[in-house]
Design a protein around this ligand. Structure first.
Ligand code: ADE
Length: 225
């Protein structure tokens, strides 16, 4: 998968993909992340990419020209499955959406800033709008990092244990069951006996029942879906 991220703050996106699983995904050639500085596409001497909003009001709006030029440039080089705009009024990101999008080959992810982008870009360039939650961030960069991480780890071959993404919380609409490691007793706090029994089928059954219990307690809405 190739992901092109367009941003006015490229520095914010340098580190999230340079560690751990995202780093390995790129080293294995399974994920490519390209970061584009929107200012490089500005035709103005000052490299400004935003302007006051028509009708008045506080807050700047990102102009059409630099974004349109950047997207046109990328599209002239390859086909993209989606041109995504990260925005709090987009579709809420969840695991089923991540699963579906992890099958794509090429994505453009546009990070908003200030008051947002000129609405005409949303009408004519953006094919999908995604929110990572019902709260407002100061820009789309952290949201884009969340999106890329959630997709990258689903690409076949990225996780060492291939089955491990399947047992995450939210796969099958269930939260993940509790996990334990050594020692089997600490301060008198014991690991459930069943996990030490070596009985694989019974352990699986226990994990499933714990996942259901936890989901009922914490996120009953997932069971209703
Ligand atoms: N930009 C600002 N807030 C955001 C959010 N919650 N999700 C996606 N992009 C955003």
């Amino acid at each position: 998968m190739r992901i092109d991220i367009i941003t006015v703050l490229p520095e914010l996106l340098r580190s999230p993909f340079d560690h751990s699983i995202m780093k390995r995904a790129q080293e294995k050639g399974l994920l490519e992340v390209h970061i584009h500085n929107l200012r490089d596409y500005s035709k103005e001497k000052s490299k400004q990419v935003d302007d006051y909003q028509f009708g008045g009001g506080a807050g700047m709006v990102i102009k059409i020209q630099p974004i349109a030029d950047c997207i046109d440039d990328l599209k002239s080089q390859r086909n993209y499955d989606e041109v995504i705009y990260m925005t709090p009024d987009g579709e809420l990101l969840n695991q089923p959406l991540c699963n579906r999008m992890s099958l794509y080959e090429n994505l453009i992810v546009l990070c908003g800033h200030y008051k947002g982008i000129d609405e005409r870009l949303r009408e004519h360039y953006i094919t999908k709008e995604i929110s990572i939650g019902d709260y407002v961030l100061s820009g789309g960069e952290l949201a884009a990092a969340v999106l890329v991480d959630s997709l990258g780890r689903l690409l076949p071959g990225v996780l060492n244990d291939e089955s491990s993404a399947l047992t995450d919380s939210f796969q099958d609409n269930l939260l993940a069951p509790p996990v334990y490691t050594r020692p089997s007793e600490y301060n008198g706090w014991k690991v459930p006996d069943i996990l030490l029994s070596g009985h694989a089928a019974k352990i699986e059954e226990w994990r499933y029942s714990q996942a259901v219990k936890r989901t009922k307690e914490r996120r009953p809405d997932l069971l209703e879906e």
